[in-house]
Write a new protein. Structure first.
Length: 294
């Protein structure tokens, strides 16, 4: 059964409206307008309402870059928000980047809840969790806050530094930071005989490692899944695969998990979305996950 899941615990984030290839969203006290290629339908609110509500708007110059236009020049480029669920509370630093992102994918809170809940149910008092393609570390910080011995892997040094800021803001320490190509790291961990109770993958459609290694989702995801599955602790574990590629469906993710994980238990697949206050649902990727408890 394919699930449709949206975050349930956000207080510092709200999707207000989306449509005409844009989204109007609140992060803490700031309201932003950003491009959204998935929003092919019409806006529910009027253009005048969008203009009235927003503080900052992103204006693209190319497919990969642009500039932020502020109503008030004194509006900060960086600010903090909090996320809290039934198990943990974390604090995250947001910032205006040149490629429309702010350092957070709010729909991933669905997976954060799954991570913290799973860790709370493990018999192992300090389970090991590996976050691959880990970006600014929302899932990493959640796992550490829930009590896991956590390793964070990303190929871009700047976002790993950003993730470390999020660790410090959340009053945490001892996350293991690794700047490396994710597939290379996994193969090295296999040679070392390492095992993890939780593995999180949120791979991009395209990417590059720190030494120019090329990542293309459809070319490399099978190899990655086959390797990652061997790192899972056999007695208790969870594995999350999240993809944003428009060409991937939850059925593809299901087939990858069934074909890679030995005797997958509690298999769930579906689509993540954000529910706009104005009424629309914004789809933001597909997921698959398995977990096993003692």
């Amino acid at each position: 059964m394919i699930q449709l899941l949206t975050p349930q615990h956000w207080k510092d984030y709200e999707l207000i409206d989306c449509g005409n290839f844009e989204k109007l969203e609140r992060f803490g006290n700031l309201i932003l307008i950003r491009p959204e290629p998935q929003a092919v339908w019409a806006k529910q609110l009027s253009e005048a309402e969008w203009q009235k509500q927003h503080h900052i708007r992103f204006k693209g110059r190319s497919a990969t870059s642009g500039e932020w236009i502020k109503k008030n020049p004194k509006t900060p480029d960086r600010w903090h928000i909090t996320y809290q669920n039934n198990e943990v509370s974390i604090k995250l630093r947001l910032g205006l980047t040149s490629f429309k992102h702010v350092g957070l994918f709010p729909e991933q809170a669905v997976n954060w809840d799954y991570i913290s809940e799973s860790i709370s149910k493990f018999k192992n008092p300090e389970p090991k969790v590996l976050n691959l393609f880990a970006y600014t570390g929302g899932a990493t910080v959640i796992a550490r806050a829930a009590g896991a011995d956590t390793t964070h892997v990303d190929s871009i040094k700047q976002v790993v530094t950003w993730a470390n800021e999020n660790q410090e803001l959340s009053g945490l320490k001892d996350i293991r930071w690794v700047v490396e190509d994710a597939l290379k790291f996994v193969k090295r961990e296999l040679k070392r005989g390492k095992k993890y109770n939780g593995i999180i993958l949120d791979p991009p459609a395209y990417g590059h490692g720190p030494n120019g290694e090329k990542w293309k989702l459809e070319d490399h995801i099978l190899e990655m899944m086959q390797d990652v599955s061997q790192l899972l602790d056999e007695e208790e574990h969870f594995l999350i695969l999240n993809t944003y590629s428009l060409g991937f469906s939850s059925v593809i993710v299901e087939n990858l998990l069934k074909g890679s994980v030995k005797n997958p238990q509690n298999l769930e697949t579906g689509e993540l979305y954000l529910q706009a206050s104005a009424g629309s649902k914004l789809p933001l990727g597909v997921f698959g996950k398995v977990r096993k408890f003692k």
